[in-house]
Design a protein around this ligand. Sequence first.
Ligand SMILES: [Cu+2]
Length: 250
Amino acid sequence: MDKKTNMGSMQMNVIPIKSEWKTGSQPLKANENIPISIFIKDKSNKPITKFDTVHEKLMHLIIVNKDLSYFSHIHPEYNGNGEFDITTAFPAGGDYQLIAEVTPHGAGDNSVEKHWLHIDGPVPTAKSIVQDSTLTKVVDGVKATLSFDQLMSGMSLNMTFTLSDAATNKPIKNLQPYLGAMGHCVAISKDLKQYLHIHPMTAKGTGPKVTFMTFFPKKGVYKIWGQFQYENRVIVVPFVVDVPEMKNVG
Ligand SMILES: [Cu+2]
């Protein structure tokens, strides 16, 4: 009954799904609470009603804007009959990509449903998504360094965040579990076409190193967000990397 797929292979969805999205009445405005309902159905339009809890939640919803400068990871409530609901606000006008992850019971793997939403309001000048020249930064009192055992598309690789307390410079050894894991990580390609949700190699641990195994399906620029819980706050550490193409070997 082990239906776990190889992390390095493409995800296999045993149950193909589709989704229908409903939002509050138009126009949807920036900085206003907007109700969002997501209906998960099978290919014959019948609601899917049973979902597995993955990392403590039935649905994970990631929201980004077009230039990937905005990132939000929230958890809609399940209201039965395939319907998930949440209310959220968007910080500015523009187009947002909403990415919902669910695991229908019996599917054995998660499904990802994407939806674009236009929000009315002044649109800030798009920031360019530029590769970080150094993979160390300080966010909210935590210094994070990102490293890879190898960085290439089309192959499984390890990605490690090394965390220290920015004030004391001491390695962090008391990370708290966040949604049942040492950390969570999401990567999205610059063109927003590739979405990767990456879990740590080991469920347990407290730092200072958190290693994720992942697979970039295509070369190109990706923004990566690592999420960790430290001293009762959730820290989101973003990095932009350029993933080169796998070299042809023999
Ligand atoms: Cu989540």
